[in-house]
Design a binder for this molecule. Sequence first.
Ligand code: FMN
Length: 192
Amino acid sequence: MKPVRRVTVGISGASGAAIAVELLRMLATLGIDRYVIVSQGAERTIGLELGVAARCEIRGLATTEFDHADLAAPVASGSFAVDAMIVAPCSMRSLATIAYGTGEGLLARAADVTLKERRPLVLVAREAPLHEGHLEAMLKVTRMGAIVSPPVPPFYCGLQSLDDMIHQIAARALATAGIDPGDFLRRWEGSD
Ligand SMILES: Cc1cc2nc3c(=O)[nH]c(=O)nc-3n(C[C@H](O)[C@H](O)[C@H](O)COP(=O)(O)O)c2cc1C
């Protein structure tokens, strides 16, 4: 596994802002640089689900946070060396914007750049139930090279609490992006 040093983290307005916070904490502990983009939708969900303190924590955990409207930010260019991008949580709006290239905004641009540079792009896409349009967008981004990895709880690994579940979902997103999560990820070792 090639060592990962720099990761772009897109936070969009799907439910599950706590996953983003946990992901950033883990990346910080692992000593990986964090380039953060928070969508307008996420500004709202972070506030509603976690409160103002969490928004401050996200800002503090970022190596650099870029304005969602700043299309001149380094992560908008493939020449800026980032190893991978994770969008967590990923709304259906952001998913579709990435899939169809219809939207403006730095999050979608950075994701597009990640795909064109053939770097890992993991979308922790959260919605339920899913209609045909959601599924089509998931298929489209998958064919383009992204990995759609919904925040599905790993019930098999003895989850102890909601925090534990969020922790495991975040660790799995790291592993899926090619980042060694070390002891953060509890792995299935068989039933014996
Ligand atoms: C509390 C709350 C929870 C939401 N949860 C979801 C969700 O799980 N999935 C989703 O696709 N959209 C969800 N939305 C709607 C998105 O925030 C909305 O579509 C927004 O425009 C997404 O824009 P963005 O992708 O630019 O963040 C939620 C909105 C709120 C206020």
